[in-house]
Design a protein around this ligand. Sequence first.
Ligand SMILES: Cc1cc2nc3c(=O)[nH]c(=O)nc-3n(C[C@H](O)[C@H](O)[C@H](O)COP(=O)(O)OP(=O)(O)OC[C@H]3O[C@@H](n4cnc5c(N)ncnc54)[C@H](O)[C@@H]3O)c2cc1C
Length: 257
Amino acid sequence: MIRLVDFSLFSSIKIGPICEVLLIDEIMHLDCNTFLIGGANNIIVSNTPPSLAMLSKEFDYIYIKENLLFIGGATKSGRIFSFCKKNNIKGFEYLSKLPGTLGGLIKMNAGMKDDEIFNNLVKIKTSDGYKEKQSISYDYRFTDIDTIIYEAIFHIERGFEDSKLDIFSAMRKNQPSYPSAGSVFKNPLGDYAGRLIEEVGLKGYKKGGASFSKVHANFLVNLEDATSEDALFLIDLAKKRVYEKSGVELENEVIII
Ligand SMILES: Cc1cc2nc3c(=O)[nH]c(=O)nc-3n(C[C@H](O)[C@H](O)[C@H](O)COP(=O)(O)OP(=O)(O)OC[C@H]3O[C@@H](n4cnc5c(N)ncnc54)[C@H](O)[C@@H]3O)c2cc1C
């Protein structure tokens, strides 16, 4: 089945065209030219995207069996958070403040502070069967997963930590309220992308409707009717200026398709 998705509404940064997206409702192999989207919280969709696919509601589920947590790839972070709070499960508290679907969270190894989605992971389900965590290469906002994550299974540790909610809320206070795709660049080792962008005078710098946020320079925000061209211009400009100034090659965290 095909779903029409307007990325200027669907994506968190509110940029992009209306596209036909293939809805995947059973386990299958995806042709390698098709790009899989989750909740589009870490993506900027250009005017010429490749063919797109997304998991259907068939993969939106969460349950406990034999003291393991089973979560479908299309399940949103908010649902995972609520389930863990209700069932007194710890380790997923940050999902109260981190948008995404389970598939996107795992592919990006998303997290806040020391809490990352890989921490409690046991294995993922792909079209070739289960893949154990040990056989996946992963690091800060990186995994080598190149296949669809249909489901993931996690260890359960009891003891939901209410106190962490305040910490994660506080972290969000210095983040912009305008639409964004989260951090644009990964923090280089031992430094902060936001600091480097600020150092080259780009904090608050605008192009069309897009800008490096005045609140936090590593957030590229859509002030009003930004286009993917505006966003790409700013991304290239920051990379160029930061490299010239400090020799650091900024690496995109946001994915441009
Ligand atoms: C306001 C804001 C704050 C944010 N803060 C943080 C933060 O603190 N920490 C952090 O880590 N991230 C943060 N992000 C980024 C984003 O929330 C995460 O990267 C999240 O994991 C994206 O999930 P998604 O489902 O939206 O994936 P998408 O953005 O749709 O896709 C991201 C990647 O995942 C892949 N993918 C999606 N679903 C699947 C699947 N089922 N199987 C295989 N691959 C899949 C896509 O192909 C793509 O490569 C923030 C974003 C926003 C908008």
